[in-house]
Design a protein around this ligand. Structure first.
Ligand SMILES: *Cc1c(COP(=O)(O)O)cnc(C)c1O
Length: 417
């Protein structure tokens, strides 16, 4: 859909909400009064079902049934069961995804696997502006392996040429956390495979934000985050995907007992589980997994194609309103305009980005800031409305026109930005 009513009115925007098939989902989330939440890409909102589900788990499963709940409440099977549910959101097959640990830790496991499955090749290709933890984990692994590998960082434009017969693995975030740029997963994976390299996709800004089809892309490995678009809550466990064809070829080095073939035989010798379970390490955070499952169950009732359409439409509307109403204030659009080249966020560059974002947050418009100069706004179609775009830009325009951001309090950097 193109929005070409000029100039836009709030009534026109409200009519988009009235026709929105996803509108009823908003009522399934706790959205605080007076807040326009444009940061679901960093910490997803709380589904209304989650507190009761957690309270029930705490009182009954933990409080009353105690250790029996590993069997009776299905705690033991949860990483695999929830993995199979997330698989449906990312185009994976049952038995290819398991929920465990954090995204950083899971990257370590699959990068170790990719290097082991591609012996004789020493280069890991990634981007300088990939999310830092991915690059840090790669550096740690390279060091552990005796510094025989090299992390080669190339810009997106130069990626294709950089992949050659020395490349063991390519490690990319599907949607860039800072700019919102989206890679062509199918093309890059095919190109890498043609040159004998394996690909690791970080889906932190894709899972739950848009349809992803790992099977169609013939993906090798993927990891992703539970607390962003999947709404699993702060520090929710992450997930890891390993294509069926690679599962038996390697057992990852964090060889904890939950990844053992028979943990309750208590044998001294490590023997990896068949299938994806070997990507588990130790005991998983059950309560956090229950919160994540409650959110994933809700997301599975939504249509990801509709989510993607609404997210693109909201972003278009937001950009158009910013261009109409905030012109002359030096904001620069960083996110690509082409729908296939962007994720579910809009990033604007401004030299005073930090205090502008603090001023927005003080007025209830919550986005975030990514150094050095990026204002980041995430669009989560299940709990945002089109009028939120209108109202957010209204406040942004006011803050810019009145220079409300130009106060010492807004320039004080917090620990988390
Ligand atoms: C958010 C994010 C992570 C987070 O990793 P944690 O281990 O959960 O802290 C990793 N990679 C990318 C690309 C992210 O956006």
């Amino acid at each position: 859909m193109t929005i070409n009513v000029s100039p836009l009115t709030r009534e026109f925007v409200a009519a988009l909400d009235a026709a929105d098939p996803l509108a009823p989902f908003r009522d399934q989330f706790h959205v605080p009064e007076g807040v326009i939440y444009l940061d679901g890409n960093s910490l997803g909102a709380l589904p209304k079902a989650t507190p009761d589900r957690l309270a029930q788990a705490i009182r009954h499963e933990w409080g009353s049934a105690l250790v029996r709940s590993w069997n009776t409440a299905g705690w033991y099977d949860m990483p695999r069961r929830l993995g199979d549910k997330i698989a449906r959101l990312i185009g994976a097959q049952p038995g290819e995804v398991v929920v465990a640990d954090s995204t950083s830790v899971n990257l370590f496991k699959v990068l170790a696997a990719a290097l082991k499955l591609n012996p004789g090749r020493r280069v890991i290709v990634s981007e300088p502006d990939n999310f830092p933890t991915d690059l840090y984990m790669a550096q740690g692994l390279i060091d552990l392996l005796g510094n025989q590998h090299e992390l080669k960082l190339v810009r997106a434009e130069a990626l294709v040429e950089a992949i050659n017969d020395e490349t063991a693995a390519i490690m990319l975030t599907h949607v860039n956390y800072r700019t919102g740029y989206r890679h062509d997963m199918v093309a890059i994976t095919a190109h890498a495979h043609a040159r004998g390299a394996l690909v690791i996709w970080d889906l932190a800004h894709s899972a739950g934000a848009m349809p992803v089809d790992l099977s169609a892309a013939n993906a090798d490995f993927a990891i992703g985050c539970g607390y962003k678009y999947l709404n699993g809550g702060p520090g929710a466990p992450a997930f890891v995907y390993v294509a069926q064809r690679h599962q038996a070829g390697f057992s990852q080095p964090l060889s904890g007992w939950m990844g053992h073939a028979q943990p309750f035989e208590f044998d001294w010798k490590y023997r990896p589980a068949e299938g994806i379970a070997r990507y588990l390490c130790g005991t998983q955070p059950v309560l956090s997994m229950i919160a994540l499952e409650s959110a994933v169950d809700l997301m599975l009732t939504a249509n990801l194609v509709e989510i993607r359409e609404k997210s693109l439409r909201m972003a278009d509307l937001f950009v158009r309103l910013v261009e109409q109403r905030c012109a002359g204030h030096g904001l620069e659009l960083v996110t690509p305009r082409e729908p296939e080249k962007r994720g579910s966020q809009v990033c604007l560059r401004h030299p005073e980005g930090y205090p502008i974002m603090q001023a927005l947050i003080a007025r209830g418009v919550i986005g975030d800031f990514r150094a050095p100069d990026i204002l980041r706004f995430g669009f989560t179609p299940l709990y945002l409305r089109y009028v939120d775009m209108w109202d957010a830009v209204d406040i942004l325009a006011d803050i810019l026109n009145t220079r409300a951001w130009d106060q010492p309090a807004f320039k004080q950097r917090a620990k988390v930005t």
